[in-house]
Design a protein around this ligand. Sequence first.
Ligand code: BGC
Length: 971
Amino acid sequence: MSDLLIETLTCEYREHCLGTDVRRPRFSWITQSARRGVIQSAYRIQLTAGHDFEAPLWDTGQVISSNSVHIEYAGPELQPRTAYQFRVQVWDNNGIESDWSAPGQLETALYSSNAWQAKWITPDTSRIEADAHPAFLLRREFGLRSSSPVVSARVYSTAAGLYELYINGSKVSADLLTPGWTSYHHRQQYQTYDVTYLLHQDANAIGVMLGDGWYRGGLGFEGRNYMYGENRAVLIQLHIRHEDGTESVVISDADWRCCLAPILYSNIYHGETYDARLEQSGWMNPAFDDTQWVEAEQLDLSYDHLVAQENVPTRVTEVVKPIQYLLTPAGDHVLDMGQNMVGRIRLQVKAPAGTQIELRHAEVLDRDGNIYFGNLRPARQTVTYITKGEGTEAYAPYFTFQGFRYVKVEGFPGSEQGLPLDAFQGEVIHSDMASTGDFACSDERINQLQSNIRWGQRGNFVDVPTDCPQRDERLGWTGDAQVFIGTALFNYHGGPFFTKWLRDVKAEQHLDGGIPFVVPDIIGGASSAAWGDAAVICPWTIYQFYGDLRLLAEQYDSMKRWVDYIRVQGDNEFLWNTGFHFGDWLGLDAKENSYKGATPEDLIATAFYAHSTRLVRDTASILGNEEDARQYGELLENIVQSYRDEYMTPTGRVGVPTQTAHVLTLMFDLAEPLLQQRVAADLNDLIIQNDYHLTTGFVGTPYLCFALSGNGYHSTAVRLLMQDSYPGWLYSVSKGATTIWEHWDSIKEDGSFWSDDMNSFNHYSYGAVGEWMIRNIAGLDMVAPGFREVRIEPLFGANLLTHASAWHQTPYGKLESGWHVRGKEMEVSVSLPVNTTGRIILHGAKLDSLQEGGKAVAGREGITSAKETSSGVELIAGSGSYTFIYEYGDLFAESYTEKTRLNELLMDPHAREVVERHAPQLLTGATHNIVRTPSFREIRENGMFQMSPDILDAILEELSANPSSKENVEM
Ligand code: BGC
């Protein structure tokens, strides 16, 4: 057997692609090999209808190419509702041939709105009013037309509302909250289910429970009903194929029978009330007497906006058991789940009929230990179950979800003696994305922060990226999504999730190019800087992570329209200084009674205008649109120049002394290159002056540590991360947080809360620091889209951490980077997947003493180049796992501190004079009286760092021996 093994085969991101409307699906595979330096040299794909590859429908033959991600189908047109199999074979750079992979599955869905024979139905509106109950039951029985065995049965189904589908008493899948939430006016998903195994040869029954959900239940700040329509409806089409080739179809139509469901109340924010006494046993089975039920009525709803499921489904992904029962000072019986989670409680109870059990969900306890509902605003988050009194009953709500750690339970039998913990289970619900990465280090508090970041994502990725999962909001805020997307994609696979959401962003883009504040848009309003930029930043980020060129091309027009929209605002086409903006939302330098930080909105808006324009320019050139690339490039130059004129002095002072203004100037490359370091030094000063505390809000925080680490102030960034007093990432951890908070001090030092009106304990935005932890502390980063080329460059933990590691499941396989300091010895371990190459930068290493796998690096398998640079050793390596060990030199770890120090010292005339003598090249920007030290980004990109460690040592030695200021003495 070949050692070249095709391990994972996917089609459109899915391992089993059941039900897609994509006409030219794309295939990807991950290859494994025990050897190092393996690159694919050729591939061959075959696709067949059915199981037989003897006469495939499509055979690429051997294609000389190293591409293994998103290879587009290019065979004869695929047919709707058809199952295909595909397989892949590859060759590598050593001429080794793999075996054929195990076959992958692809099945097309309906392809066109004309394929719907089913009707949209709802209960006869003259017999059951649309408002009668928040959920209905609909059913029909059917026999099989042929006695020939069923070979396949597929349901295509969706609802105006939320639905659960049953055949012969069983739920057809584990999916929840179907059909998911999209911009229903424009696009609505339908699902495809394989129900072959559920059908009986004789009598069959199909049943649906149909609730309000996002479609017509109260949503938004005013809790308005009927966002998308007044009537709930379902659309169901079941295709049954028999062995003899015949096919029959069962559809939703006026022949269905309907009645009220036992759900008396149901709402996304407020919870659900279920009266089990109203259950009709066997309603989803055949031979049920439905003569008392009413007919169905056809509704004239559209088919044109239906699309096959794009996102991964929402499911229960974990079950959490309560960790303790609490009797609070107020006398409430409370369950503590031990984790702020999103989902529902499944309870088990034995009690007389009519016993009413109420669960009220909340995120925190107040300082007295009482359960706190204040921050939920009007959201009731209350689930009520009324028992039917027949043995042990189990229930979990159907069409709602709650954000909570604590649950107040009322009416549970025997609760005077406490609550039996085993009667309750927390079901964690979110889009079922694969976990694709993690970060760990020597400080448990940071590990808790990382866990909080991941939980924040899980709770807020319930089919759309939301701001929070508990209060009366839970909306697809564009700003929050763009802030967090980089971190999100490291931790979980977000390809399908964001593909679906971005198509909604595009669908809801206004005619003038403006972007709604939230998508799906149910609140109106549009086009704040840093919020609307999600339309550009998100597709770009997806492209970076997955090399998804198709989505980028699909969104390109929308990206351009956003930038074009900005351009025509106000009377200066190169500044954005008009209109409404959220500003540096929740920045701590905000004026009293304002949520907007001190950084002027127009500065932020113009900075993001430049950023989005740059991304549009780069996208244009990637897509081969040279003319656009030229035009947006020119526009970018003008914006940048206007930014400098408006917000910066000629000597590099940022006109507004806020951290966020400096961060944006650095991150979006807005300062003149020669002045960049001055801006970075000023930012560093601002942080030191603030005793290593940040003041940034939604806009500045995600970039803050990147701006520092990328410009020679990594140790300041690490100190910020490790800040455990308010405001800092570890402050909430020190207060016991298990998710990321909306405010740095959602719980204050004295245990009191930030005001009730806006205080979420599960808001992922500030968790965006996770991306920096992975890229800079662990040093795991992409160079070419999809991680085909990577850079491993740990910047380490500034002597505050002794080890750190991260992994990420890239489209090519698992990428890992980790380091461990033991005394003077550094160990760095790296794993690169097959078909990728990595630049490994080992700061503080020297070539002659660097070892890999216990041997000198020269000539080690997989390492194709090794060179010593002023800051360490730089290697180029192919796939495989490597362990490097070296005694780090003086420059290691401290180098960042020293560099930071050096920058501070150079502000001092004496220090400048010393540096001038030792390394005049560092001061080449002196015309503006500006210290010219290259940024670390420049060092990395251009190898500009001219100063040898010896010179740096000499400078530092002389300065510490002969200090001219207090600062120097401290060295
Ligand atoms: C949300 C935010 C959102 C903001 C807009 C808040 O209510 O929770 O996260 O971005 O409004 O300013």
